[in-house]
Design a protein. Structure first.
Length: 134
């Protein structure tokens, strides 16, 4: 499978069946990006998500923001006012947003995720970057 990864105007084609992204592991590159003769298929997607568990006070928001930026996902994340949860919006191409949600299901080392709720939303105005809201 030939794949081109796009990160900040940098593209590098390579062959792989497993892709390791810093501390993140994606078992199948095909689930993250699809490539054919026409190039990458990018379907825009916007999700509202809530991650429930031990996700406050364990650098979940900062780690999620770093992951989203590396995947090219825009949006925001914040602590849920009720506690024991974070919520946010993720927008980008479908495969990157799916990879981000997969990361949220595990989170950083000190977190413990019990549940991830995802709700598809109609596409909003273009979001710029990925921010942590307070």
């Amino acid at each position: 499978m030939c794949v081109s990864l796009l990160f900040k105007d940098y593209a590098r084609p390579f062959r792989a069946s497993t892709f390791i992204f810093k501390n993140l592991h994606f078992p199948s590159l095909e689930n993250m990006l699809r490539c054919n003769d026409d190039g990458l298929h990018m379907t825009k997607r916007l999700l509202r998500f809530t991650v429930i568990g031990r996700v406050q006070g364990v650098s979940f928001r900062a780690s999620a923001a770093e992951c989203a930026r590396r995947l090219g996902v825009t949006g925001w994340i914040r602590n849920h006012p009720a506690g024991h949860a974070v919520e946010g919006v993720a927008q980008g191409d479908a495969t990157s947003v799916d990879a981000f949600i997969d990361w949220c299901k595990q989170g950083p080392a000190l977190s413990h995720v019990d549940e991830v709720r995802v709700e598809e939303s109609p596409e909003e105005a273009a979001l710029v970057g990925f921010s942590i809201r307070y």
